[in-house]
Design a protein around this ligand. Sequence first.
Ligand SMILES: [Zn+2]
Length: 391
Amino acid sequence: MAKDPKEVMDFLDNLLHASKKYGEQEYKDLLDFIKQDYGVTKVNPWDIAYYSEKLKMKKFNISDELLREYFPEDKVLSGMFNLVNKLYGMQIKEVTGFDTWHQDVRFFEVWDADNNLRGKFYTDLYARPGKRSGAWMADCMDRMLKGDKVQHPVAFLVANFSKPAKDKPATLTHDEVVTIFHEFGHTLHHVLTKANNPSVAGTNGVSWDAVELPSQFMENFAWEWDVVRDMSENVKTKEHLPKAMFDQLKASKNFQSALFMLRQLEFGIFDFKLHDQTKVSKPVLEVYKDVRSEVAVTPIIKETRFPNSFGHIFEGGYAAGYYGYKWAEVLSSDAYAMFEETGVFNPNTGEKFLHNILEKGGSEEAMDLYVKFRGRKPTIDALLRHSGLKS
Ligand SMILES: [Zn+2]
């Protein structure tokens, strides 16, 4: 989606300049806290995560287990399905009465406002022995034209949540709610496609740096009060999540967001510089140390060999593509900002997102599709605002 290396480097530099001073402040706050509450003045790199967690608990006092009481799985799913109905006019209906690979698996059909079947998906949400860990969407069948008949797309929506206890429904932490919104975003991309050629239907053929747009876009709604209120119900008291608890949760969302941003930028810039060795040829470790001295605000030790274990780019599929994580966040934030500007549940904006992004898959250039949806190219402003890095 990004056109050339210069565009990518400029993009990473812009984010760096916008977030560095916030990162310095966040690190200073952490050091002050460590000194005040623990009397420690020498902080090593491996101490940072530990004390950060302590500071987060002190500031926000959020209990995952308390939150979990408010998010029964069924309520979360129906909240998510209602949202899709509001945004895109889709109805999601469960179909029962046939064999699946496990008794916990459920099957759903997606019908559009004109009563056309658009696609189907399985959910397989609970952990069990022998199942791969994590959460993901995978395609089962792609949309395809067979003669004059449409083969409808089918997706798997898989997670590893705790299964229901004997006398209690399955409940999710808020982190898990965000996770399922994310994977459901991928699922919608797969099942709402109208591209008839399977190699560009759904998530197939979508630029690597744009494929996380629909998923990260959906995550935003898991932080929207109206959505959270409606999909929360305490398993004992049947009350919605109290607004004060939500506010606390939302405030914690951007805790150390600049430090996180700088870490991601460090990886992205390092990755990209390695692929730009035409101008300067240095050992990998030297390149990394140069990047760190420009980007990072936290210390490292001289023995660091971080590049040796940077699996994403040396053994994974992210070589020269690590920036794509941030790029997709820029897109999803900027897309969500359009909903904020026009009303979060605005069906016209929903229709634009549906027609230009979700239905098109990889059948057109990602940037062209984005511009058709948004009316302009993306900017970094919304991501900075959503991350609390801009007033
Ligand atoms: Zn994803």
